[in-house]
Write a protein that binds this ligand. Sequence first.
Ligand code: FES
Length: 118
Amino acid sequence: MSDATISIHVDLPDGSRRTLEAPEGYRVMEVLRDYGLPIKAECGGACACATCHVRLPDEWVDRVIPALDEEMDKLDEIPSADDNSRLCCQILTDQAIDGLVVKLEPDSIHEQELEIAS
Ligand code: FES
């Protein structure tokens, strides 16, 4: 693992944005969680819960490694998911996604913690 870091911009449902610095080789979900953002991520990154749902802006959809079948199957279980939806536990931090923008979806947030994080 290198010492390089990348930036991830996280848009929260209240309209605020947090910019996080993250080392390479981690799951985006882990970065959000470790910064104390109120992401549920109930399965801890096992692609089993679909509570780490984020949306990517159009310009990022093709720049992030495509979802595997396992992730696609989980996304199918989210009624609000669309072509820009991803499970952020399945996206690894590397230089290719430096500057990534994700919108944390309301269905993946501990609402009682949102005020604390902002
Ligand atoms: S944390 Fe459970 S699917 Fe991502």
